[in-house]
Design a protein around this ligand. Structure first.
Ligand SMILES: [Zn+2]
Ligand SMILES: [Zn+2]
Length: 397
């Protein structure tokens, strides 16, 4: 019951509210411009328009209410020896099953996570991807139908009144027709793009996140010094089977979102082993920075950091962290005015205070200097233990 109430709360967010509002405005305006004759074709079209809208609404509601499927908190594999192939999620205090990822917005590990969609205010994943794809398809059809009706009715009204050289009596109606036509056309283009992106990955049995992992896996193999075997993506079993993994409820239920059918020569952990190797390499490439100027953790720190830092904010929704003087940060991404990293040693801050702080995210690059070269091997290994102590502190109750 609680879960259902939680899912209902997901409608109270700008994404679903805008989607519903947009649908109502376009739908009602289209109905008001619907040709006023009772011929069979007009009525059949009207029936079709209503049906497509009902199907879009049904799949929209189901995508939210069913949800992507969350991995239970503190999840562990049945065979404890498999734990070494899996990554740990600090927030859920459990291991991440193959294909699961932690969603910051839902604050849970999501089974076969594709992405967090603001329009449904929920993740798209293992159990709701089919509803999501159907919603995108029917929503595109309904907007296309609306755009065609509005264009035809609007233009015939305009031509008729121009010929008679009369004033347009219905200026409000005509403007609404124009606005809704533009809105519907925009929606058709967005939905078409989204549908193509979704179908392309569904046909390969991939998720948007896995597409990124595979790209990085292939890039690692381009580098000759690694001498690695070519990476075989384990879940691609042919387009027909792949479609079934999303749209066939029976085969979907069988996997439970944890165990997946894989290609010959691969195993359940082929992808997670690659993810761990990529993470290790990323850590090896990382740089250690020391904070020389306090940062507030604001998204647009115009007063403390200046105009350029504010104008060149990273185009990512990762958190912004506040760093104090002499804090050490392990930096993994570098931009002109911003750095992305994780705090590895805090000079100040009590555990209760630290728990309020986010330790991974972006901060202005002018607040820290690269001290990697100044550190010897001993200091760097000490950092590892201070990093795990810091994480333990954050986990304490
Ligand atoms: Zn998690
Ligand atoms: Zn989410």
């Amino acid at each position: 019951m609680d879960e259902e109430a939680n899912e209902l709360k997901r409608f109270l967010h700008w994404g679903p509210i805008l989607t519903i509002g947009n649908t109502l405005i376009i739908g009602l305006t289209t109905l008001s411009w619907w040709p006023k004759d009772f011929s069979f074709t007009t009525q059949a079209h009207l029936g079709m328009f209503m049906l497509v809208n009902v199907l879009a609404a049904y799949n929209f509601v189901m995508a939210i209410m069913v949800g992507p499927g969350f991995l239970p908190k503190q999840w562990r594999p049945q065979n404890s020896r498999d734990s070494k192939y899996l990554q740990y999620c600090r927030k859920c205090d459990g291991l991440k099953a193959p294909r699961s990822h932690h969603c910051r917005r839902c604050n849970r590990c999501v089974k076969k996570m594709d992405h967090h969609c603001p329009w449904i205010n929920h993740c798209v994943g293992w159990s709701n991807q089919a509803y999501f794809v159907y919603f995108v398809f029917f929503y595109m059809l309904s907007n296309l139908h609306a755009a065609v009706v509005l264009a035809l009715s609007g233009s015939s009204y305009f031509i008729e009144h121009s010929i008679r050289r009369r004033r347009f009596g219905n200026i409000f109606g005509l403007s609404m027709c124009l606005i809704c036509f533009s809105l519907a056309t925009g929606m058709v283009l967005c939905m078409l793009k989204l549908l193509c992106m979704q179908l392309r990955i569904v046909l390969k049995n991939m998720t948007s996140i896995e597409q990124w992992i595979v790209e990085k896996a292939n890039n690692r193999r381009c580098c000759k010094q690694h001498k690695l075997e070519p990476f075989v993506y384990p879940y691609n079993l042919g387009w027909y089977f792949n479609l079934g993994q999303v749209f066939n409820i029976e085969s979907q239920t069988r996997s439970q979102g944890i165990e997946w059918p894989v290609r010959k020569g691969c195993d359940q952990y082929t992808l997670t082993k690659e993810q761990i190797a990529q993470k290790k390499e990323k850590l090896e490439r990382s740089r250690i920075y020391r904070c020389i100027r306090r940062s507030t953790g604001y998204w647009f720190p115009i007063f403390s950091q200046g105009l350029m830092v504010t104008v060149c904010v990273p185009c990512a929704d990762d958190p912004r962290i506040c760093v104090e003087l002499n804090d050490l940060i392990r930096v993994t991404r570098i931009q002109d005015y911003w750095l992305f990293g994780e705090l590895v040693r805090c000079e100040r801050g009590e555990p209760h205070e630290l728990r309020q702080r986010c330790i991974r995210g972006w901060f202005p690059s002018r607040c820290a200097i690269d001290v990697t070269e100044q550190m010897d091997a001993k200091e760097l290994s000490e950092l590892k233990s201070s990093q795990s102590k810091l994480k333990q502190k954050l986990n304490q109750d």
